[in-house]
Write a protein that binds this ligand. Sequence first.
Ligand SMILES: NC(=O)c1ccc[n+]([C@@H]2O[C@H](COP(=O)([O-])OP(=O)(O)OC[C@H]3O[C@@H](n4cnc5c(N)ncnc54)[C@H](O)[C@@H]3O)[C@@H](O)[C@H]2O)c1
Length: 441
Amino acid sequence: MSSAISIFGLGYVGSVTAACFAHLGHRVIGVDVNRVKVEMLESGQSPILEARMDEFVAEGRAAGRLHATTDSRAAIHGSDFSFICVGTPSLRSGKLDLSHVEQVSAEIGAALREKKRRHSVVLRSTVLPGTTESFVLPVIEKASGLRAGVGFAVCYNPEFMREGSAVADFLQPPYTILGTSAREEIEPLRQLYERIPGTTIETTVPVAEMVKYVSNTFHALKVVFANEIGTLCKTLGVDTEMVTSIFTSDTKLNIAPNYLSPGFAFGGSCLPKDMRALTHRAKELDLNLPLLEAIVPSNAEHIERAVEMILQTGKTRIAMLGLSFKAATDDLRESPQVRVVKRLLGEGRRIRIWDRNVALGRLVGSNRQYIEEAIPHIGALLCSTLEDVIGDAEVVVVGTSEVSGDTLRQNLKPEQIVIDFVHLENARRPGGNNSYEGICW
Ligand SMILES: NC(=O)c1ccc[n+]([C@@H]2O[C@H](COP(=O)([O-])OP(=O)(O)OC[C@H]3O[C@@H](n4cnc5c(N)ncnc54)[C@H](O)[C@@H]3O)[C@@H](O)[C@H]2O)c1
């Protein structure tokens, strides 16, 4: 089905969106305050330099499906969808400049005041979570005199194209994300994308806004990580390309979702030690590698957040479920859970600890020496029964994934507060009357 679409902003995102929707058979009118860009599109030239754009613009013009104008009112009246693709540059402080988004939203609102047909407004510009619903929507409501969901619908639809391969990325995106507060309203938008392959994900507006930032942040992080690793390799005289090639070929642990689920701090006998060794060597080599150097302090900060969360409950009796740095091990070396217990003891909290593996390890002797010599005061807090540990507490800290949902539910009293470090799946969370908080979810 062919739709009529107005696209505000004929920069990279807007021009590509306009040309590609025209290519897919829709009628498109591009709007920009910049007359040069409008005239270029109207004369069949692409306003930006991008592969296949000249071809798509010429095709759209020849078919009579692609136009451009500076008249926003006419564009809105002549379309059913308005895509906002204007720039959201940085102000000097780094704060996002929303003035272009505000201007276009007000223009759309003013035009909707006179428009009889229902209209869908789709924000594509990159904006921080909350912007669409708390900034764009009120501007349109005020200018139009309409209520969102009644006279018009608003959706957030992030763009994942990369300059240089923008057309190909538009036509083959990793996924299409439609952020909405009313799923029934986005059927027409879903239809616009029906010829685009890949999964279409419908979610809330703030989640869609945040996914865009998380993606860009991760891409930036990967670039900086690769460059710091490359710098270190080169200075150490190690073959950067060989290291990268072998490292990226591991799709089980390296290029994989592993370690990307928000949870508790890392610990154990390897990661902390190895991070310290690598950054120490970098310092010896006079290298400044801020990203790699930030890893250990960032991890320590996460442990401190956990401590603060427990202290802020104002409760004194704490049950710690899990003491080793991860499930299925009794290794307590550099366990962040041990660090939390030490901090809480220092703050005068009363702690009892349950950890099946540590208790077993202690019985058979594998971890006995470490507990008795390095942390005897913590060893003394270990109890062998989970029920006793939970039964006595005001706050239950889940620091291991080895606790079943049933066990938790059977043993918790309604007034007990549960703090989750390990990101229990929904089915394993306490539910009922218990107050439940995840450390970062
Ligand atoms: N460039 C990318 O690769 C890319 C990718 C994904 C998302 N984004 C995001 O998309 C948004 C647009 O980025 P861009 O690179 O296309 O920006 P851009 O600066 O290239 O283009 C923005 C266009 O908006 C026009 N404009 C400004 N005010 C207007 C108004 N009131 N009415 C009509 N047009 C107006 C400008 O004249 C300009 O042509 C930004 O939020 C950006 O972060 C960009």
